[in-house]
Ligand binder design. Sequence first.
Ligand code: 3HC
Length: 310
Amino acid sequence: MMTPEQNFMRKIEAEEKIEPKDWMPEAYRQNLIRQISQHAHSEVIGMQPEGNWITRAPSLRRKAVLLSKVQDEGGHGLYLYSATETLGVKRADLIAAMQSGEAKYASIFNYPTQTWADIGAIGWLVDGAAIVNQISLQRTSYGPYSRAMIRICKEESFHQRQGYELMIALAHGSPAQKAMAQDALNRFYWPALMMFGPHDAESAHSAKSMTWKIKRETNDDLRQKFIDQTVPQIEFLGLVHPDQDLKWNAERGHYDSGEIDWKEFYNVINGNGHCNRQRVEHHIRAHEEGAWVRDAMTAYNAKQRAKTTE
Ligand code: 3HC
């Protein structure tokens, strides 16, 4: 007769999804709560940098596209909070942890969006990196997370494509527009590589996450995929690659790249990036201002429930 641990690992090996009511090691549950809630925080905080440009978009078409993208991100966040709640935690506690700085969100969203080209670079590079990561996560062992990723990935390709199309318009536009595109690429390229996390050797969670098939590919493998796919995209734009040390390695069949500034990475994830304080203060303000909506929903649902039990 197998122990619960043995049966759990048998299911993991057999590629059976772990569902909310299944037995799971407490450390597996805690790791999922950490990763999925931080993924949700990232989606919601990520609405701010792009949201800044909705009223400044250069055309009605660009405004409509950006509006729908930002709305999608909010929906992804709510979807991922629901997936986290299946692990027996309260959404209010997750949000409190993010607002207090105890829980993280993706470092990339602590960089300011200074020009319209940044909106293109975010769609192209940030959503591009997110797609590489999230396609892999579609195969994660926890059922609700895997299903959330499958649904979210369907919307991400539109996010990446609208960003790259914006960059094509600028890079193939006037010299001033091309310079703006190059500036945005220079400022967002390296922080986009940081989205994949520290090197595998420095990753606190990767070993366990790979054993439990929470992660299906490592930080460095996913980062390499993104680096390789971005080279021809930069070439097509006619822009200069921000990594001066980038070199094709025929033996590896991949590009060797320069080193990421890990001091900057840890500085940002430990709360000292350009916009960390601003992003969290904005979230706290919006959350407080929206409390009446949540209270009204709760009161309405209670009334509906009371009606059905009369
Ligand atoms: N930003 C902030 N924190 C980061 C980070 C980043 N880019 N990369 C790593 N970290 C943190 C980890 O959370 C962990 O800290 P913790 O123990 O307090 O949680 C620490 O650095 C060590 O990193 P590990 O590699 O050990 O952590 P993970 O195994 O969790 O790997 C990850 C990090 C690759 C981000 C993984 O958590 C993951 O795949 N998460 C799901 C994807 C995600 O969250 N993406 C965020 C962007 S969402 C987005 O871009 C929306 C899009 O639509 C725009």
